[in-house]
Design a protein around this ligand. Sequence first.
Ligand SMILES: C[S@@+](CC[C@H](N)C(=O)[O-])C[C@H]1O[C@@H](n2cnc3c(N)ncnc32)[C@H](O)[C@@H]1O
Length: 237
Amino acid sequence: MNNEISERKKESYKIFNDIAGTYDLLNHTLSFGIDIYWRKKFIKYLPKKESINALDLATGTGDVPLTLIADPRIKKITGLDLSSGMVDIGIEKVKKKGLDKKIFLMLGDGTNIAAADESFDITTISFGIRNFSDPQKSLHEIFRVLKNEGRVMIMEFAIPTNPIVRAVYFFYFRHFLPRIGNLVSKHKDAYTYLNQSVEDFPFGDEFLKLMANAGFTNLKKESLTFGIAMIYIGDKK
Ligand SMILES: C[S@@+](CC[C@H](N)C(=O)[O-])C[C@H]1O[C@@H](n2cnc3c(N)ncnc32)[C@H](O)[C@@H]1O
């Protein structure tokens, strides 16, 4: 892993504090709204359980909890994130929708989860784990806090394999997205970091190996929108 990016990851939450105010707007516009459709994919992979207690790591402004709660099997969701700026915006969104008896967003580290063993039926992370300083440690922690038969569902950017799609993707990610993102968020290089952190992160079968190392089985991956992103599923048996 690139050392400079690896160092920045330790404090990536500070970047998100700086850009929290424009995060939702930029996310939805720069992805042409596809991110909203991607997060809904988690619902398709929910385990067959009547009642689900969920944990969402790197919850940011709460978009995963606010998506998952549409499924009546989800009874409670705890969202953890290291950025107070992101969490505060999330808490306001949850309150506005009257969901504050079901969704609980708070500060918390995805690599050192403040929860007892076997507490949750599912754990989700969307576009968060590549920002963690130690993704493997996080996967071990997720395994620990999941109940037996629990499931982890992770969504993250990937690199498309089709050469034409990949060329367009790299142009967009390396040139267009950093310029617009840095300009609108008024941050000197938050969106340059975003691009670098994606290109530096293992994806596909390489990422499934990290999940297997943590003890997960029944591993699956689904490529989303020409392989721009991937969803990874694993079970604790
Ligand atoms: C790209 S945002 C994703 C937010 C949200 N999941 C979404 O789908 O929009 C990444 C988030 O990871 C958080 N983060 C970075 N390192 C973290 C850590 N070790 N533990 C928890 N959250 C972390 C950042 O603060 C940021 O809010």
